[in-house]
Design a protein around this ligand. Structure first.
Ligand code: SF4
Length: 463
């Protein structure tokens, strides 16, 4: 699910394939601004891949672009405002702007603020975006197909990539308008997902980040139909796909999973090291009445018991989650239940957001608006409680030898991540003084020190 991370803006210089060659004639250039969640990022990657295949060059700045595409986020009102601001900036800096993405469904609102945009398209409307680019800046006659690597173009660093296994969502959480924007669940055939994953791994990707709106629902819409992969049928089933992905030799990290009973089946794969011992589960709350008002999936599951059983099978399992405080109707008693639950669950990584009404969401009609100062106060109490949990869990890692993947290296050392940390949203493992490693390398490190977010360690060995 998209949840609150969708509000996080991100603007990425597109990563060019290393073997890209300069063309004789100057190709038309496109600037790209990608806002929102990893799912929107994958949409951006698909659009860029297609444009690059047609011979367009990518510009890292506004000045060098013939046209700028802004992929917007429309999840929260604050995200919409950031999208409008980004469109305004692109118009001011470049003047020729095409808008796409989740906020594209609100064409009138965009045009009311920015009448000068060339075109507005919605999420997943790849053909329309590309057609709008053609209209604005025609492609050169000969497409430079050889400039595009088989794995496509990605906005992430070379060593990790998001792998989107489905679009849309069958849930109807009362605070969310994603299903009305992106539609019902539409899973990709398992063979299709696996071929993309294989291409990524062959291109040097070391970590696959599996995403969707509801990863545990994968394949429900396809009735789990099998599709060919590697000379055999592979079912579009969460467990089967996870196992197949785990066979590729890369780290596999599962995001946006709900605690349904069938998720139990993947925990042994984590315990055996086939996929990372990591689950990103957006719980959002723990009070039954708030979860009911939120209409959350798997709200009836006994999550504490389930988490306890998972940890019995895989003691190293890290769980990350997001929560909302101040949802309409949330009482002090509901909030206390949430804090108690948090203390019992001892989740490894947690994000917390103050409830923000989303235009068009059913939750707006729920009575009991929580005043801003109460939201603020609950947010601080929540974060203080989680910080203590996180500090104590990370302290338990001190002294251990762990595998880490290197994200960045400079003259002062390396910034890496453990199997328990996803890029961008979780913590880091700092290897001070260790500059003799490369981004994407997986090395062994000994943990020397911890705070409430990050670890510090020393290199034990490479490879
Ligand atoms: S409806 Fe619920 S599960 Fe689906 S995308 Fe929205 S918040 Fe996520």
């Amino acid at each position: 699910m998209t949840d609150n991370k969708a509000a996080r803006p991100r603007t990425n210089p597109a990563r060019e394939p290393s073997h890209a060659a300069a063309s004789a004639a100057a190709p038309p250039t496109v600037g790209f601004v990608s806002l929102g969640c990893p799912k929107a990022l994958v949409d951006s990657e698909r659009i860029i891949t297609r444009l690059r295949a047609e011979g367009y060059a990518l510009s890292p700045d506004y000045a060098g672009a013939d046209v700028v595409v802004v992929n917007t986020c429309g999840f929260l009102d604050s995200a919409k405002q950031e999208s409008l601001d980004a469109i305004g900036e692109a118009l001011a800096e470049n003047g020729r702007v095409i808008v796409t993405g989740c906020m594209g469904v609100e064409q009138d609102r965009i045009r009311a603020v920015h009448p000068g945009v060339l075109a507005v398209t919605g999420p997943h409307q790849y053909e329309q975006v590309v057609a709008a680019v053609h209209e604005a800046v025609p492609p050169l006659h000969d497409p430079f197909l050889d400039l595009v690597p088989p794995e496509g173009l990605h906005l992430t660093p070379r060593h990790y990539a998001y792998l989107k296994i489905s679009e849309g969502c069958n849930n109807r959480c009362s605070f969310c308008i994603i299903p009305s924007i992106r539609g019902d669940l539409a899973s990709r055939p398992a063979g299709d997902v696996m071929r993309e994953a294989e291409r990524l791994v062959a291109a040097g990707v070391k970590e696959l980040l599996v995403i969707s709106q509801d990863t545990s629902a994968y394949g429900v819409d396809l009735k789990y139909a099998a599709s060919p992969w590697n000379g055999a049928p592979l079912k579009a089933r969460f467990l089967d796909l996870t196992r197949a992905l785990g066979s590729l030799g890369a780290w596999v990290r599962l995001h946006y999973v709900y605690p349904y009973p069938h998720v139990d089946d993947v925990i042994p794969l984590m315990a055996e090291g086939h996929v990372l011992p990591y689950l990103d589960i957006p719980f959002q709350h723990a009070s039954p009445s708030v979860l009911k008002a939120m209409r959350r999936p798997a709200a009836q599951e006994r999550t504490l018991e389930r988490i306890g059983r998972w940890r019995d099978i895989c003691p190293d399992l890290a769980i990350r989650s997001t929560f909302i405080v101040g949802f309409p109707g949330e009482t002090e008693d509901d909030f206390t239940q949430l804090l108690d639950w948090l203390g019992a669950a001892r989740l490894n990584r947690v994000g917390c957001f103050k409830y923000e009404p989303v235009e068009g969401a059913p939750a707006n009609a729920i009575d009991g608006v929580v005043p801003d100062e109460v939201k603020e106060e609950r947010w601080h109490r929540f974060m203080a409680a989680q910080q203590e949990i996180s500090r104590s869990l990370l302290a338990e890692r001190v002294g251990r030898e762990i595998d880490v993947i290197v994200d960045e290296v400079d003259e002062e050392g390396a910034m890496a991540r453990s199997v328990w940390d996803a890029p961008e949203i979780d913590g880091s493992v700092f290897l001070n003084g260790c500059s003799d490693v490369k981004a994407g390398e997986i090395v062994r490190a000994r943990v020397l020190h911890a705070d409430e977010y990050d670890l510090w360690g020393e290199l034990v060995r490479k490879g």
